[in-house]
Design a protein around this ligand. Structure first.
Ligand SMILES: [Fe+2]
Ligand SMILES: [Fe+2]
Length: 313
């Protein structure tokens, strides 16, 4: 009987009864359409990833022979990807875990999209290594080798925030610190490999586009917490200081351990890669590898400082 009445009601009245979608489950000052699954579909599967397979488009430009035949170039190529994988694994396992600690459904839905993005990054980099003949066992070993003691300490502090179930601190660790560090590195790496292997550059750029979005969410959500002015603000500030010093150690350790390999490659293949704009207004041939790492760290720290200011920490 009730159904009959509803069906017979004027159309305008029916529309009035439909709740506004954006008021469904989020706070008034939060625009869910920036971070929901519908947005994710439009951003990634339908746009940046359209017509790709494992992140690579049809008819990719050829890989330079050195990446396949030169032992040294081949080695740093694989070690770079293995390093990306260590970060992506921390990301997808951490973000998936964090879903249970999210304060509302809108955040859970966003985290679901981020978990897929991070798992996809992990998958495409694994796939690329497999295409170069790296077995899963060798891949795991390379990831282990690339996790210096300093990098492990950095990852452990991120995991600790997730395990404590502190949503604000964990988001800060993942989407402000780790992602904020990842994306200048991805920007750099996508330029570095652009001549040697345009396909890897495409993979990195695809991941980069996602990381930018994740940082955007991180900024928006942390801004909300920092406005509360409660204990979480102090925790996040303390954490940021701790991460800052760990991050510097990570870079210093990578210079100590690996920079000579990169310098050897740069010296040997300068005619191939010398013209790459490795930083705005700076060509590869004009900056030593050690200086490049310092510039990169400087960029990360500057962007981090600006971001902290923007989010009210
Ligand atoms: Fe990622
Ligand atoms: Fe990310």
């Amino acid at each position: 009987m009730n159904d009959a009445v509803t069906v017979a009601a004027p159309l305008e009245q029916l529309i009035d009864q439909v709740p506004q979608a954006q008021n469904k489950f989020v706070a008034e000052d939060w625009d869910p359409s920036r971070f929901d699954i519908q947005h994710w579909l439009g951003r990634a599967p339908w746009r940046t990833l359209k017509d790709t397979e494992y992140g690579i488009g049809k008819d990719p430009a050829p890989t330079h022979f050195a990446v396949i035949d030169d032992k040294l170039v081949n080695q740093i190529y694989k070690l770079d990807i293995a390093t990306f994988l260590t970060a992506e694994r921390v990301s997808y396992t951490g973000i998936a875990k964090l879903m249970q600690h999210a304060p509302d459904e809108a955040s859970q839905i966003f985290l679901a999209t981020q978990a897929v993005d991070e798992a996809r990054h992990y998958e495409v980099f694994c796939q690329r290594l497999a295409q170069f003949g790296v077995s899963p066992e060798d891949r795991d070993q390379m990831m282990e080798d690339m996790t210096t003691k300093e990098l492990r300490a950095f990852y452990d502090l991120i995991k600790e925030q997730v395990d404590r179930g502190d949503f604000a601190a964990a988001m800060m660790a993942h989407n402000i610190i780790l992602e904020g560090m990842a994306y200048p590195i991805y920007r750099y790496e996508s330029a570095y490999w652009s001549v040697f292997d345009p396909s890897l550059t495409q993979l990195i750029r695809g991941a980069f586009a996602d990381e930018v979005h994740h940082v955007r969410y991180g900024e928006a959500i942390i801004q909300r917490y920092s406005k509360l002015g409660d204990d979480s603000r102090n925790t996040m500030q303390r954490l940021a200081r701790e991460f800052h010093s760990l991050m510097t150690s990570v870079f210093e350790s990578s210079i100590r351990h690996y920079i000579h390999l990169y310098q050897l490659v740069a010296d040997q293949y300068m005619d191939v890669i010398g013209d790459i704009d490795i930083f705005p207004g700076k060509k590869m041939r004009d900056v030593s590898e050690t200086d490049q790492v310092h510039i990169l760290l400087g960029q990360i720290q500057d962007e981090h400082a600006q971001r902290m200011q923007r989010i009210g920490l």
